[in-house]
Design a protein around this ligand. Structure first.
Ligand SMILES: [Zn+2]
Length: 283
């Protein structure tokens, strides 16, 4: 049975791009007679605003979607800690205390997550006591797993290239945010039984890392569907910060949510909004 999920973070309101993503996920599950899950990714301690989750539910119902809600990430942190401990015990993680600015200054390449971490702390002496982030040693991990592939529904078979992202953080430095997106999403997709991971093309690069984590943690491997992104008038990915009205704003203004959902399905987009269809462009 096909199982998809929509996994919003309650650190900002949902906008049209989220609506599109949720509809793609919902419809792929329904077309396959499967289940559509919603998972609240609320472990970004500093930015998470729990009251937004209730808004999200109202937004999704307004769009005419039906879903099953699974356990939010804030109640699942023991699972992320256990997964990280397993990788650390296997010698695949190393501590890093570099700041964002230090990494930006030292990085020579840019990857899907921004500047690629140049490996400054790999193999360095480790003095405990100060907060550290734990990074995945990608080269060592790949040496153990061997070459990996994954399937994107739109793009076909892909060779996993997690090295493009560099040694990503799996356990973050700030104690109130226990796991990085990569670790938490991968562990949860497996726990939730997700068989088709749907998300925007902007996360295509992250999938290389997630495929590697699945191999290291012995998790089942889903199929992915990276959908086109909605772009604003300046050609950038839609974001609340650039003034696109939130779904909650539209809902409260009395707009018909089901009609909006059908328009998005038909590719009939509001003025100024375009769809970036290319697989390569977003990768
Ligand atoms: Zn470092």
């Amino acid at each position: 049975m096909i199982v998809t999920r929509f996994a919003p973070s309650p650190n900002g309101s949902l906008h049209l791009g989220h609506a599109y993503s949720a509809i793609v996920s919902h419809d792929l599950a329904r077309e396959g007679g499967g289940r559509f899950l919603v998972r609240i990714e609320d472990i970004d301690g500093a930015r998470s605003r729990p009251q937004l989750a209730a808004e999200f539910r109202a937004d999704l119902a307004w769009l005419g979607l039906e879903w099953e809600e699974v356990t939010p990430q804030s109640l699942r942190t023991a699972s992320y800690t256990a997964a990280a401990r397993r990788l650390r015990d296997e010698g695949l993680l190393y501590p890093c205390r570099c700041t964002r600015a230090e990494i930006a200054a030292a990085a020579r390449e840019s990857g899907p997550d921004g500047p690629v971490y140049p490996g400054t702390c790999r193999g360095a002496a480790f003095d405990t006591g100060k907060p550290v982030a734990w990074r995945l040693d990608i080269a060592e991990a790949l040496r153990r797993t061997g070459p990996l592939t994954w399937i994107d529904e739109r793009g076909g078979e892909q060779r996993a290239r997690p090295e493009l992202a560099g040694d990503v953080v799996l356990v973050r430095k700030d104690a109130d945010t226990p796991a990085s997106y990569h670790l938490a999403a991968t562990v949860d997709d497996a726990a939730n039984g997700v068989t088709l991971v749907t998300r925007g093309m902007d996360l295509f690069g992250a999938t290389h890392v997630h495929r590697l984590l699945q191999a290291l943690l012995g998790l089942p491997v889903p199929i992915w569907h990276h959908h086109p992104l909605l772009l604003d008038e300046s050609g950038k990915k839609l974001a609340k910060t650039r003034g696109s009205p939130s779904l909650a704003d539209r809902r409260r203004a009395g707009e018909d949510g089901r009609a909006l959902a059908d328009a998005l399905r038909a590719g009939s987009l509001p003025a100024g909004i375009t769809l970036l269809a290319g697989l390569e462009d977003g990768a």
